[in-house]
Design a protein around this ligand. Structure first.
Ligand SMILES: NC(=O)c1ccc[n+]([C@@H]2O[C@H](COP(=O)([O-])OP(=O)(O)OC[C@H]3O[C@@H](n4cnc5c(N)ncnc54)[C@H](O)[C@@H]3O)[C@@H](O)[C@H]2O)c1
Length: 463
């Protein structure tokens, strides 16, 4: 069906000179309508035209449409005017307010209209609803397959639960059969938007179905960056998570800067060194959801930073909220256990992480402490736990009882308890849990393998 995706081959009419300027994939003259000629839509329009596609930009704002048709971009963005003028000269771009016709004349529709915040912080998707209605009306008159790519930032579930039903209702057609939908977030940054379009950090394609996702991948085959195919909801959420992460990085660096200045340390010297560490700092390390942090260093040193912030009279909300966040994660895991039936619980792994005997500030021990006060009958298994290592932990009455809770045989522990809590991800535990996963509730703090995760009574702490 991919062949149906071509318009007439205009490349044959190109002069040799023009063809030199275009990329190989541009022989496929797919027509693309792009809704919203704002910061994203205007740049995306000229960039797809750069790649040889026929683009029709659609906006409600007549001034923007008129401006674009006359080579005047509606926004300030480096290179945009040159790329627009090239697109107009090559007859690859026009702008219009005639939304339905634009869809009828094209094979793909990209939607990049505004999704601003409401006063309560929720995302206002009114413009997306209106565009979806228009797409539906146009599709009711179309006989060929049409691909719709939503690019505006939205919360997860919006495309599947709100936008697709609007299109289906207005068109009388079925998503996945008569038309395809993907959520395909945009990662461009204003000021470097054209470069970012052609060399994105990644191309994320959340497909309603596999066919729509494959067509979308084709559209981007000559754009740099990894193509990541995923669910609609993951694609929607990635953009929120990315932006929240970027905001967190800025706020963290600024808090470090304020603290450094107060301590008379050069913040640039510190952060230069920090950023050079691609192994632990700027990497995927410590970035996968799982158990709360613990051990002898992280909690202690974060508290040290909090102390310094107080000492210098600084307001550092990001740094000061870290311990609170970690405790909330531990409480969440305790609540998950509490929601299960049964009073006999067994922990597989209790030291602060697998492969060490260090009990200092083990988040699992913190959970044991809370559950013990709640009256649970607790057993633990950990090959590295010894009376000495338990004694090295934070002074606590419960900790001294830990050796009494210890069961030497993990299989026996699993047999005897009502609920199994997995604190360490060792191959032995994984094998064992494949046996027990269909028999007993499992609370997973470490993300076990797929077989265990698919068991009926399985709960992951944050997945
Ligand atoms: N600005 C960025 O750098 C950036 C980057 C990535 C993602 N995003 C997301 O992309 C989306 C668009 O952002 P933007 O900054 O380009 O917004 P924008 O406000 O600059 O542009 C949106 C455009 O959509 C038009 N529009 C509204 N309703 C319409 C309709 N029914 N039909 C046709 N056009 C319509 C508006 O007139 C406006 O020109 C948002 O969801 C935003 O969060 C923005």
């Amino acid at each position: 069906m991919l062949e149906n995706f071509s318009l007439q081959n205009e490349a044959q009419n190109e002069t040799a000179n023009e063809r030199d300027l275009i990329l190989p994939s541009q022989d496929r003259r797919v027509g693309i309508s792009i809704f919203g000629l704002g910061y994203v839509g205007a740049v995306t329009s000229v960039c797809f035209a750069d790649m040889g596609y026929k683009v029709i930009g659609v906006d409600l704002d007549e001034k923007k449409v008129l401006g674009m048709n006359n080579g005047i971009p509606p926004i300030v963005e480096e290179g945009l005017m040159d790329h627009l003028s090239l697109a107009l000269n090559r007859n690859r771009f026009k702008a219009t307010t005639e939304a339905v016709n634009a869809i009828l004349e094209t094979d793909v529709t990209l939607v990049s209209v505004c999704t601003p915040s409401r006063e309560d912080g929720s995302c206002n998707i009114d413009c997306l609803r209106a565009v979806s209605e228009t797409i539906g009306q146009a599709l009711s008159r179309k006989t060929t397959y049409h691909l719709v790519l939503f690019r505006s930032t939205v919360p997860p579930g919006t495309t599947r639960n709100i936008l697709i039903p609007i299109i289906e209702e207005a068109s009388g057609k079925k998503c996945g059969e008569d038309f395809g939908v993907c959520f395909n977030p945009e990662f461009l940054r204003e000021t470097t938007a054209i470069r970012d379009f052609h060399q994105p950090p990644k191309t994320v394609i959340g497909g309603y179905d596999d066919y729509a996702a494959r067509l979308t991948s084709k559209l981007y085959e000559n754009v740099g960056g990894n193509i990541c195919c995923c669910s609609l909801e993951a694609a929607e959420f990635v953009k929120y998570i990315d932006n929240t992460w970027h905001a967190l990085k800025v706020s963290f660096a600024n808090e470090v800067g304020r603290l450094c200045k107060a301590a008379d340390v050069d913040s640039y010297e510190v952060m230069d060194i920090f950023c050079q560490d691609r192994k632990l700092n700027i990497s995927e390390k410590y970035l996968m959801p799982g158990t709360a942090f613990g051990g002898s260093c992280l909690p202690k040193d974060v508290r040290g930073m909090q102390y310094l912030s107080d000492k210098y009279g600084l307001d550092l909300p990001v740094i000061n909220s870290i311990i609170h966040s970690n405790n909330a994660h531990i409480t969440h895991a305790v609540d998950l256990i509490h929601a299960q039936e049964g009073r006999k619980i067994g922990f597989l792994g209790v030291t602060f992480k697998s492969g060490t005997d260090d009990m200092r500030e083990s988040p699992i021990f913190n959970m044991i402490e809370q559950l013990s006060y709640m009256g649970y009958d607790i057993s633990v298994h950990d090959d590295n736990l010894s009376v000495e290592s338990a004694a090295k932990g934070y002074g606590s009455k419960i900790l001294s009882k830990l050796p009494d809770m210890q069961v030497k045989n993990a299989f026996r522990l699993c047999e005897e308890v009502d609920i199994i809590i997995v604190g360490h991800s060792t191959p032995d535990y994984q094998d064992l849990l494949e046996v027990f996963s269909c028999k007993k509730p499992i609370i997973d703090l470490v993300r076990l393998n797929k077989t265990c995760r698919s068991a009926k009574k399985y709960s992951g702490v944050c997945w």
